[in-house]
Ligand binder design. Structure first.
Ligand code: MN
Length: 155
């Protein structure tokens, strides 16, 4: 373990990554990338957009009530089109008449790790300023083909 850690620190000189302490107390390496952002989007209706960097794009969901910060709440998340990676740092005003017109602010940002990802279910760990810990996105088929539920997986 100690040997692994010192190798990690040497690598830091040529490759940027973070050593992040997980709740279990084990150190975990997060590779470059794997960023997430949650945009607070004051459009016709206030909503939040969850965006996860994956396969060179930002996988995106519109979340009307925002991502639950505590265990026990399940919020609707509607899958929307992938966004370009560069959109991760966007804040500003989308002009009237354009798609999503209104103001966009970053509500949270950080890195995440993937525990599981398929077409039906996604399990990730957020390392954000507001969002931290194990989260699940699961398809909510009864509601429609783009509908998912997002919730915190544990206390
Ligand atoms: Mn939006």
């Amino acid at each position: 373990m100690a040997a692994e850690r010192s190798t990690g620190i040497r690598k830091r000189t040529w490759r940027v990554f973070s050593m992040i302490k997980e709740p279990t107390g084990t150190a975990k390496k997060i590779e470059d990338g794997n960023y997430f952002v949650v945009h607070e989007h004051h459009a016709r209706h206030l909503h939040y957009d969850l965006r996860l960097e994956r396969d060179g794009v930002l996988k995106s969901w519109a979340v009307p009530k925002g991502i639950p910060e505590s265990f026990g709440e399940k919020h609707l998340a509607v899958a929307v089109e992938d966004h370009p990676l560069a959109y991760r740092t966007f804040e500003g005003t989308i002009p009237e008449g354009e798609y999503g017109a209104g103001t966009v602010r970053i509500w949270d940002k950080g890195r995440y790790t993937t525990l599981h990802w398929d077409d039906e279910k996604i399990e990730i760990v957020f390392y954000g300023q507001r969002l931290n810990g194990h989260y699940v996105l699961v398809r909510f088929k009864r509601a429609g083909k783009s509908e998912w539920l997002v919730f915190k997986a544990s206390e």
